[in-house]
Write a protein that binds this ligand. Structure first.
Ligand code: DC
Length: 207
């Protein structure tokens, strides 16, 4: 059983995916971390972000067991990840590893941008989690402020809009809902309500 969860940055799909995986006892993979780990390895080695062969070589070496969210969540790493994610040979290497993960028993939850469309088109359940850019920027802003740091709302919003454009506008595996995906718009919904909505869809699929 594979549950595919896609959506734009900061829509809440990470939190939702972790809760669903916990609820059903499934393995969870945040596929964004695989792009982030590749980008970080390039940055750490002082290698360019615009050389596809070099980036694909790094992608092939990413160890899914060693993905550390606290290290990889940095903003610069997300930006760099979004840039190398446009490269087809980087995507090929990472998608292969993601598909191997998806086969784990008793089931898996994968979240990202292209899980329902490309990585696992046969997933039993596909969710597309979204929210308006303003709401997503507001959540990011509140999160940063809650951590005691300064944040500029306009800058965060501009960043989210730019990231959406890059993720949706690329030729290879652009961000878009699969035709058979269930849409969950969290603009006016808390995480608990989103979880209940998702759970109802998964329970129906399990029957
Ligand atoms: O979800 P995130 O912010 O961790 O993702 C970082 C970048 O990785 C995102 O801007 C696009 C890319 N990505 C992708 O292209 N495909 C995925 N399945 C997951 C992430």
């Amino acid at each position: 059983m594979i549950i595919a969860i896609d959506g734009p940055a900061a829509a809440g799909k990470g939190t939702l995916s972790r809760r669903i995986a916990e609820e059903y006892g499934f393995h969870h993979l945040d596929t964004g971390l695989t792009y982030r780990a590749t980008a970080k390895a390039l940055l750490d080695a002082g290698l360019p972000l615009d050389d596809e062969a070099v980036a694909a070589g790094m992608a092939a070496k990413v160890d899914l067991a060693g993905l550390d969210r606290s290290v990889l969540s940095a903003h610069e790493i997300g930006e760099a990840a979004s840039k190398i994610a446009v490269m087809p040979s980087v995507r090929r290497a990472l998608v292969e590893a993601q598909r191997a993960f998806a086969r784990k028993e008793p089931g898996t939850v994968l979240d990202g941008r292209d899980i329902g469309t490309v990585v696992c088109p046969d997933a039993a359940v596909k969710l597309y989690v979204t929210a308006s850019a303003e709401v997503r920027a507001r959540r990011r802003f509140d999160e940063i402020r809650a951590g005691g740091k300064q944040a500029d709302f306009a800058e965060i919003l501009a960043d989210i809009v730019k990231r959406d454009a890059r993720d949706s506008g690329r030729a290879d595996s652009p961000l878009r809902p699969a035709e058979d995906a269930h849409l969950i718009d969290t603009s006016e919904m808390g995480i608990e309500a989103a979880f209940q909505a998702a759970k109802a869809i998964v329970d129906a699929a399990l029957k």
